[in-house]
Design a protein around this ligand. Structure first.
Ligand code: EQ3
Length: 319
């Protein structure tokens, strides 16, 4: 085999346009705790309905219920302090409980807190809060992003909160409830320029939440690299990741290019749109998949990238 994980990560990099997301998150990270919480509130509540997520299933909230109940019983000052602890990743018992939640449970937890803030049950952002120039700058940067990028910034902010204990088991493993699909998954896929059955089966498997079938397409040392993350290597780690984070996604690949290398391996880049069950049809994320298949047609590597702009689609020309 003539490739390594490192070389695989570099396929098609000449077709990519840098995403504005990491710089926006870096700006956000520089804010102080109160400004972070206020920024998220404004971004979430003032950007219109498109970035308002759908209500989440009761099953998911059950996982967060005990923490929610504890927060509801606190004084208003206590609630504010709790939210500050989450945003500053303080090592407190409650902040650790949050840190154990899976990604989707963290989102569900904040969704519910947001509803409770609107109802006045949980302390809102103080009415006399004045946006600092820093908050205004980050808000302006977020407004420049497309909705798929905006929800990625919000999600990253929520996921990074709380205190994560390196040794504690993640709740994502055991009791992650199924994510109800908001839209039926596309059943028939035609991807312009792509006939490769492994890749088409990959899309079909994820659209059916059939992670076993998806895993069977990988080599035993195969890797999957989610947006802005390091590669996840090996079927067990990929399976765990998919069960926790790939449920209910609608993958709508549209077009791609495929190149066969002299040793029979193949590299493919495909672009399209992905919808998350949190926002359904309201938000389409522009996504690119970069696959490296071994000569036997198994996936050695796939990177999932957030495309900087639909402009990147134009870079997909046979070379
Ligand atoms: C209450 C409020 C507003 C104020 C307070 O001060 C602070 C906070 C935090 C607040 C609450 C904020 C809330 C409720 C934010 C909610 C945000 C949500 C629900 C964001 C959801 C985003 C989901 C995203 C970006 C999903 C992306 C999924 C992708 C790209 C999946 C890609 C995949 C593909 C395509 C594959 O082929 C393989 C698997 C993989 C998962 C990688």
């Amino acid at each position: 085999m003539t490739y390594t994980l490192e070389s695989a990560q570099n396929i098609f990099t000449d077709t990519q346009i840098p995403s504005p997301i990491p710089a926006t998150i870096a700006l956000f990270d520089q804010l102080n705790v109160d400004d972070k919480l206020a920024l998220l509130w404004y971004a979430y509540t003032e950007m219109g309905r498109t970035i308002t997520p759908a209500a989440v299933g009761a099953a998911r909230l059950q996982l967060a219920e005990s923490l929610l109940n504890q927060v509801k019983q606190m004084s208003s000052t206590g609630q504010t302090q709790f939210m500050r602890d989450l945003a500053s990743r303080a090592n407190t018992p409650l902040s650790r409980s949050y840190g154990f939640f899976s990604v989707n449970t963290k989102l569900a937890f904040w969704y519910e807190l947001g509803e409770l803030m609107k109802q006045g049950v949980v302390a809102p952002i103080p009415p006399d809060y004045q946006m600092t120039p820093g908050v205004k700058a980050v808000l302006a940067a977020i407004q420049q992003l497309d909705p798929g990028e905006q929800i990625t910034v919000l999600r990253t902010a929520v996921v990074d909160m709380g205190f994560e204990d390196a040794v504690a088991p993640s709740s994502a493993e055991a009791d992650e409830p199924m994510f109800p699909r908001t839209e039926p998954a596309p059943t028939k896929l035609t991807v312009e320029g792509i006939t490769d059955s492994t890749v088409l089966n990959y899309f079909a498997a994820l659209n059916a939440d059939d992670f076993e079938a998806a895993l069977a397409l990988f080599t035993p040392d195969g890797a999957l690299q989610p947006p802005f993350q390091k590669p996840i290597v090996g079927p067990e780690a990929i399976a765990k990741y998919m069960r926790s984070e790939a449920q209910g996604l609608n993958l709508m690949p549209q077009q791609g290019i495929a190149e066969t290398l002299p040793d029979g391996s193949k590299q493919l880049k495909i672009t399209g749109v992905v919808q998350t069950p949190w926002f359904g049809v309201n938000v389409g994320m522009n996504i690119g998949w970069r696959f490296l298949l071994n000569p036997q047609g198994k996936i050695f590597f796939v990177a999932i990238d957030m495309l900087a702009s639909p402009q990147e689609l134009l870079n997909l020309r046979p070379r």
